[in-house]
Design a binder for this molecule. Structure first.
Ligand code: C5P
Length: 397
């Protein structure tokens, strides 16, 4: 997978720079060409002689070679690369990359790189846990960079915690996986709604449904794995995304879900409406608990909730894709097809309720997909985690 691949290895000033030697050896063994770009402080931790010997190429650190005045083109390097790996990435370099502070060859190369960029942070546990680092890593993810999460273990400071740079063997594995799999959603921003909505009757009761969010979160993880920058607007659920790059905006009611979606949608390329949105909400939710004693049986007057998918469909631009789900008990196909049109969707995923292995709360699902271009795809019962890839692949097909 790595044979013939051009890899820029960015090395920064952290103790884990000693692992770069092993990383280069492993990459070269796999047939990759490695060009090292090191920050000035990186050279304090590992010598360019070691690195150039292992990579078989002169190490680049400055914009110019001091004695000849030869200029190193970060633009050409950025175009040469099939991937850039920054390992170890210190908090400082992560911050500079996140904010475009191009005061060294590594960051200018990063800004010029057209290829996917992998960042393997390495720092002390408190630096890693600092909100500034978290925010900078989130920015890098939002630019489509892939963060190779550090492992937990003993750190150079002898403290135990998260911050150890991932082992070179694992970094090579991640690169191999990346090159063996297409990342068709790289650079795409994706909004996914998931879970139920709760519509308050009073402070302790609500109207809801049995949705668990499993399908929506499986889609979010799959999309993130395929390179998308994913935001899930989620009703109350107990599931969490497995992929650390997925952002979750938690809401309770349909109105809150609409409000959150309207903020994210204009900046999204794709939206998948997977949430089971309550159709109605109590018109006058009580401020205090409705008492049983001394009262007649209450009547709850309902009002219609906004249709989130249809609302996004109204403002949909030609460069945006909108996907809906349908759960039908009768006239399944006809109803799914009419929703495709009425909500201005590009694709609708019909859940079969006839199959006991499909639908709410199960780990499996069975779907038929209809696209606005008239095509149709039928899938057998599958785990939701696998079906998520089928749904996305059908969408981008
Ligand atoms: O009209 P129906 O509820 O069957 O449509 C289902 C599709 O519309 C799903 O994609 C669901 O997430 C979305 N929807 C919505 N807002 C609603 C109702 C449904 O986004 N109020």
């Amino acid at each position: 997978m790595l044979a013939g691949k051009h890899i820029i290895l960015g090395i920064t000033g952290g103790i884990a720079a000693y692992k770069s030697a092993t990383l280069i050896r492993l990459l070269v063994k796999k047939g990759a060409e490695v060009q090292v770009v090191i920050t000035p402080s990186g050279k304090e931790f590992i010598t360019p002689v070691t690195l150039s010997t292992l990579s078989g190429k002169p190490v680049i650190s400055e914009f110019f070679t001091a004695n000849t005045g030869e200029w190193h083109s970060h633009v050409d390097l950025g175009l040469w690369a099939d991937a850039m790996v920054v390992a170890p990435a210190t908090a400082c370099t992560i911050g500079k990359m996140a904010h475009g502070i191009a005061d060294n060859m590594l960051v200018t190369t990063y800004l010029s790189a057209k290829a996917p960029v992998f960042v393997a942070p390495a720092m002390d546990l408190d630096m890693m846990a600092h909100p500034s680092t978290t925010a900078n890593l989130a920015l890098l993810r939002s630019y489509g960079n892939i963060i190779i999460e550090p492992a937990a273990g003993e750190l150079a400071s002898h403290l135990i915690g998260k911050g150890r740079m991932e082992e070179p063997e694992r970094i090579v594995e991640i690169l191999e996986q990346f090159f063996s799999r297409r990342q068709p959603l790289a650079g795409k921003k994706m909004l996914i709604t998931a879970g139920p909505t709760y519509e308050r009757i009073d402070p302790v009761r609500f109207i809801g449904n049995f949705s668990t969010g499993k399908m929506g979160y499986a889609l979010a993880d799959a999309a993130a794995e395929l390179g998308a920058d994913v935001t899930v607007v989620s009703g109350p659920v107990s599931v969490t995304p497995r992929n650390a790059s997925v952002k979750v905006v938690s809401v309770e009611s349909a109105r809150q879900m609409l409000e959150a979606c309207e903020k994210v949608w204009p900046d999204s390329d794709i939206a998948v409406m997977c949430a089971a949105v309550a159709d109605y909400a109590p018109l006058h939710p009580a401020d205090s608990k409705i008492k049983r004693e001394g009262h007649d049986i209450p009547t709850i007057e309902l009002t219609k909730n906004p249709d989130i998918a249809a609302t996004l469909g109204v403002g949909k631009r030609p460069d945006q894709t909108l996907v809906g789900f349908a759960l039908e008990t009768d006239n399944e196909e006809f109803n799914a097809q009419s929703k495709l049109k009425s909500k201005n969707l590009d694709m609708i995923v019909l859940n079969s309720l006839r199959n006991p292995q499909a639908g709410f709360a199960t780990d499996t699902n069975q779907v038929t997909i209809f696209k606005a271009d008239g095509t149709r795809a039928d899938f057998p019962v599958k785990p939701k985690t696998e079906l998520a890839f089928d749904i996305i692949n059908t969408m981008i097909d």
